[in-house]
Design a protein around this ligand. Sequence first.
Ligand SMILES: NC(=O)c1ccc[n+]([C@@H]2O[C@H](COP(=O)([O-])OP(=O)(O)OC[C@H]3O[C@@H](n4cnc5c(N)ncnc54)[C@H](O)[C@@H]3O)[C@@H](O)[C@H]2O)c1
Length: 284
Amino acid sequence: MSIKQVMVVGAGQMGAGIAQVCAQYGFSVKLNDIADEALEKGKAGIEKRLARSVEKGRLAEEEQQKTLENLSYTTDLNEASTCDLVIEAIVENMNVKTSLFKKLDEFAPEHAILASNTSSLPITEIAAVTNRPSQVIGMHFMNPVPVMKLVEIIRGLQTSDETYQSIKDMTEKICKSPVEVNDFPGFVSNRVLMPMINEAIYTVYEGVATPEDVDTVMKLGMNHPMGPLTLADFIGLDTCLYIMEVLHEGFGDSKYRPCPLLRKYVKAGWLGKKSGRGFYTYEN
Ligand SMILES: NC(=O)c1ccc[n+]([C@@H]2O[C@H](COP(=O)([O-])OP(=O)(O)OC[C@H]3O[C@@H](n4cnc5c(N)ncnc54)[C@H](O)[C@@H]3O)[C@@H](O)[C@H]2O)c1
């Protein structure tokens, strides 16, 4: 199936990045959010990133202009009716995602593929609420989307080979590297990454070291480009907690229990960079 028109649902840090990259590589993209404010913020972020790329000589002005022309913004989900592919990037919560997929199944044309950027939730379960489970797939982009090359492509139990192939081709067209993964809690990326972040939080919780020192150990000792607590703040502590809960529930193994300090920070509204406070504090 040839994909031309794409809708990205959720204009947060991931959705805005996905919309930008798809538009940069020639797809016509509608960015959707339930909140006008989020849509405005997503749009401003895209425009700022593109302008910075032009300033730094990484993007021609002509390409910037074409990208902006390929993008439109809407709070109306009905506009999915003209799309070949919808990529969902809303909050990491199964109930919220399944209620959205039921609506997308109603609004999107029969041929359309419905993809989720979920970090950990089962694609098979999301697909089961639609009447087109063979056309539902996971497209797990990495943060920040314009920079990171990987897209984990997750096949649900009923995802067809045709759907997989269309999404693999699309991923290559936007100059990303697809990796095929089966539907299991946390897939590969977060099954490996999140327990490490959670353990780093435990070391702070148990008074073993400060966040700065934990990050320094992992940067200088393990050659990680970014410490795990800086990375957790960057991902969003609410997202980290959701993922740990999915791993804990999915495997039924206590080794995945979320650290109480992570829960406490999320309850306090300390969500990391996006809220201005997490393991570190951020201005603006
Ligand atoms: N943050 C990361 O590093 C990262 C990496 C890979 C994947 N993900 C996944 O991407 C998804 C989004 O994460 P994020 O960090 O961009 O979150 P975010 O909080 O920055 O953005 C979520 C956006 O979704 C919007 N939204 C919520 N419900 C909606 C609905 N029903 N319809 C339309 N819009 C709705 C919100 O208004 C918000 O703008 C999650 O599933 C997350 O697990 C996140």
